[in-house]
Design a protein around this ligand. Structure first.
Ligand SMILES: [Zn+2]
Ligand SMILES: [Zn+2]
Length: 370
């Protein structure tokens, strides 16, 4: 989605067709372009400044077009033979004239958009499903289906591995980079979002739990510092990122409940000595202590630790949490479709969601994102 001189443009690539929708004076959307591709479309990227549309295909090719000023025509510019199989992500970097892409072939590649030449590549540990780039420092972030985030530093024709992050128990489904705060967000099929504070250089990683299903798309409203996460359950969660959140504690290991000292069931020796029936070990999400079910019977949300839903806490933490600490730091909305892609238009405050139902919805987010 893009806004140009007051006009709202929605681009859609589905199966072998690319459509561009324009909002007419009547207020209705009509397709102005209907273009057939030689292979099914798998992803796309649009740069409003140059009106450059890059479309990734199932056959591994990236096809580049320039759209006319009135958005009624698309002219082919060039093709990149970027991957051996389906292109999964494309990112066009205008400042460097680079086209970054990832594919089903587990390759990350970058091409020069001027010459069309391949500049370099890197083999990822699994198929990538999230791709972000920091223009200033030339770092690329690649999230993959194994749950790993790989950070590479790109030079003109080579790259070096900086580090890898592992925090998700499921595959990474989306990445979002805030170049101002230097924070990376990763969404995962494990239902969580992790905020990696890269600029803080303390290795802080904060978990955000606000979905009951896979997180499938992320967008960031920079001017208001709000993160928008969308899930397979149709949930749109708007997170206030101005709030100082705390890291969740490491889970402590113990042979017995750290509150009442009852042994856990695998502690055979102590069980034998005290002849008690072992209990199941649980963990308080707030203090991280290993506790038995009896000492952690209560539940609470802990928004300042990213838990917008109720989680297990020990009895003493439950008593200590104030109502103020329980105040939500996110708002929840129901899109009523399984969202696979999201785009936030900051100038209008509009959110575009598209789902597995092949429906595109536009939401006026000004009441919540402002
Ligand atoms: Zn206990
Ligand atoms: Zn506790």
């Amino acid at each position: 989605m893009a806004s140009r001189r007051g006009r709202l443009i929605v681009m859609e690539a589905q199966n072998r067709t690319v459509r561009v929708w324009l909002k007419r004076d009547s207020g209705q959307y009509w397709p102005s372009i209907y273009h057939m591709m030689p292979s099914p479309c798998s992803c796309m990227s649009f740069n409003p400044e140059t009106r450059r549309l890059s479309i990734g295909l199932d056959n591994g090719t990236i096809s580049e077009f320039i759209l006319s000023e009135d958005y009624n025509k698309m002219t082919p510019v060039k093709n990149y033979q970027a991957h051996q199989s389906r292109v999964t992500m494309i990112l066009f970097v205008l400042e460097l004239e680079w086209v970054l892409s990832t594919g089903q072939d587990k390759q990350f590649a970058w091409h020069c958009s001027e010459s069309g030449q391949r500049l370099g590549g890197y083999r990822t540990s699994a198929v990538a499903s999230g791709l972000q780039f920091d223009v200033e420092t030339r770092h690329v972030f690649i999230g993959d289906q194994s749950g790993q985030v790989t950070i590479l530093k790109l030079e003109q024709d080579n790259c070096t591995l900086v580090t890898t992050f592992r925090g998700h128990t499921g595959g990474v489904t989306a990445l979002c980079w805030d170049p101002v705060q230097r924070v990376l967000f990763s969404g995962s099929s494990d239902h969580s979002v992790i905020m990696w504070d890269i600029g803080g250089r303390k290795g802080t990683a904060i978990e955000l739990q606000g979905h009951n299903d896979k997180v499938q798309a992320l967008s960031y409203a920079q001017h208001t510092r709000q993160l928008i996460s969308c899930g397979g359950d149709g949930g749109i969660v708007v997170w206030n990122m101005d709030v100082e959140r705390q890291e969740t504690p490491e889970w402590l290991d113990s042979d017995s409940c750290q509150k009442c000292d009852q042994p856990f069931f695998w502690n055979f020796k102590q069980m034998w000595d005290s002849k008690k029936i072992g209990l199941r070990q649980h963990h308080c999400r707030k203090c991280g202590k290993a506790v038995c079910g009896k000492c952690s019977s209560k539940r609470s949300s802990i928004p300042l630790m990213g838990f917008e839903f109720e989680v297990r806490v020990c009895d003493s933490c439950h008593e200590a949490i104030t109502d103020e600490e329980r105040a939500p730091t996110a708002t929840f909305h129901d899109s009523k479709h399984n969202i696979v892609h999201v785009h936030f238009d900051a100038t209008r405050g509009w959110l575009l969601t598209s789902g597995t139902d092949k429906v595109i919805k536009l939401w006026d987010m000004t009441p919540v994102v402002s």
